[in-house]
Design a protein. Sequence first.
Length: 95
Amino acid sequence: MVLEHMVWLTPKPGVSEAQMEQIAASIRALTHIPGVIAISAGRNITDRANGATYGVLVTLEDAEDLPLCLAHPDHQAVGVVLREHCEVLALDYER
């Protein structure tokens, strides 16, 4: 079953729109990680996300790929920047 890894990003105080765009671009660049089918990341256009201004959707081949993706060094490096600049909320589901 395909796994969808959804992430909501809320910038911490002082984080600029340009920084958020750089973070989104770095996330979109992770498509080379094994098991990743697709990645989209962009700015929220509604007020329905409890303050999250960016969203990420990563489609993985199956649930077994999630821990491998999360442990990948490139994902880890992006994660450090994410947690430094944003509050992060994630949800994963199979479809």
